[in-house]
Design a protein around this ligand. Sequence first.
Ligand SMILES: [Zn+2]
Length: 206
Amino acid sequence: MRYLKLLSLMLSVITISGCSILQGEKLLAPESFGLTPVTLSIYVEAGADKATRIRLRESMEKAEGAIRMAYGGVASRPTVNACITEECYESFGGGRGSLAKVYGKHILLSPRALNWHFLAHEWSHAEMSTRLTFFAWKLMPQWFDEGVAVAISEAPEHSESHWQFLVATHVPRPTREELQTLKSLKQWLDAIHKYEKWGQVLIIGI
Ligand SMILES: [Zn+2]
């Protein structure tokens, strides 16, 4: 069953398409590019209402709890940058086909990913890279890094029921063997591109 979830994530991550390196230098100075602080580690696009700010704080706390539970502690302290418009997201390097991204210790959330699931997913990537040396991180298969992130995030898009939806609707999906060949980030991203067409369908289907 765990592998079914991993296969499910392969397609679901298409909807995230995050996890890639983005041109995120602007995230080093978010206040210079239209974001305002919510806390010392959370920034949101100017104009966000109070409810959104509260939700981000709550999502941060829940995501941190999920990271602590899974890893036994929290070694990374990422900065979260949340956009409430697509224009903001794109200005930081996000694309229409993605939901969230991480650039080192800087997480970028699209308006469609303002919840703890995607925050925890990207935080897991940051946590993993913090705990490993660069060479160890490079040796780690990308599918494994994604699998850990998906398991921690508990996103509905990666659930067993979603997998069953993929099966029932005959959405093309990678085999277990293909999934295990996706060891580098490039291989992972190439596979996402390969299945992207159906991934877009999934966004509607979810
Ligand atoms: Zn990921």
